[in-house]
Design a protein around this ligand. Structure first.
Ligand SMILES: Nc1ncnc2c1ncn2[C@@H]1O[C@H](COP(=O)(O)OP(=O)(O)OP(=O)(O)O)[C@@H](O)[C@H]1O
Ligand SMILES: [Mg+2]
Length: 253
């Protein structure tokens, strides 16, 4: 369970989160939406402690993220996997080395790392052949899979994806979303995703809309289509950028 209370963060005069409150239940799959620059990445980074809020608090399973130090802080970090906006792979390392990086850093021998990396790569739909490749040899979609595999190595309880599908074609978008949904289901990981892609509504169970430093709306994905608020309505229509998907067209849930 993630509980955010009165979270405030500003950069100079620019107020990004303003006494923001948000709760994410265990096992929830939450899509965070909002205009570019509104502060979605800044919000999620504060949740995992990558950015320090000016005031307010974030509690993960009762532990206050902002107050923790040393081992307790590392414990929280281990709980949270953060898949960055850009895959953030190290270009000079192979896929194997990128995915296994944490174990290598911990001094684990290659024969122990190999099967673990292979298992995670398989779970994101990549084969053993990809192990010796360098990031430059991979397509955008494959890089995102490798980034996810690397995060899964940490066995996180909470997974945060920052725009996992940006720059991908619609088929790859769907594949990544399906992979996220499958990971969510199989591992029961509380999942937060920032997305500008309307297709995410076919997978996420809840939607939260960030606007002017606060969560202006949070509720089940299926209800977003009926939301009366004109801003949300317009935003969703803008996202769909074409024929509006009607609730009756939604295939799942
Ligand atoms: N480290 C930083 N220092 C100063 N300003 C920052 C920093 N990080 C973010 N900002 C500012 O905070 C605001 C929110 O940024 P953020 O990256 O969270 O937006 P976003 O909603 O994720 O946008 P996008 O959809 O384009 O990724 C922006 O105005 C950005 O310039
Ligand atoms: Mg962002």
């Amino acid at each position: 369970m993630i509980k955010i209370e009165k979270l405030s963060k500003r950069f100079g005069k620019n107020i990004i989160t303003n006494k923001l409150d948000l709760e994410v239940a265990e096992g929830e799959f939450l899509a965070v939406i909002g205009q570019s620059g509104v502060g979605k990445s800044v919000l999620l980074k504060q949740i995992v402690g990558l950015l320090k809020p000016d005031s307010g608090r974030v509690r993960i399973d009762g532990d206050e993220v902002t107050k923790l130090k040393g081992d307790a802080r590392r414990k929280i970090f281990k709980k949270c996997g953060y898949v960055f906006q850009f895959a953030a792979l190290l270009d000079s390392l192979t896929v194997f080395e990128n995915v296994g990086i944490k174990m290598f850093e911990d001094g684990e021998p290659e024969e122990k790392v190999y099967p673990m990396v292979l298992e995670k790569l398989k779970s994101v739909g990549l084969s053993e052949d990809s192990m010796q490749k360098y990031p430059a040899e991979l397509s955008g979609g494959m890089k995102k899979r490798v980034g996810l595999a690397r995060t899964l190595m940490l066995n996180p309880k909470i997974l945060i994806y920052d725009e996992p599908t940006t720059g991908l074609d619609p088929i790859s978008v769907k594949m990544i979303h399906e992979l996220m949904a499958q990971t969510h289901k199989e591992r029961k990981i509380t999942t937060l995703v920032i997305s500008h892609d309307i297709d995410i509504f076919n997978y996420a169970t809840q939607v939260a809309m960030l606007y002017k430093g606060k969560i202006m709306h949070k509720g089940p994905t299926k209800d977003i289509w009926h939301c009366k608020d004109p801003y949300i309505h317009q935003f969703i229509r803008g996202l769909s950028d074409g024929p509006i998907v009607q609730p009756s067209d939604e295939k799942k849930k």
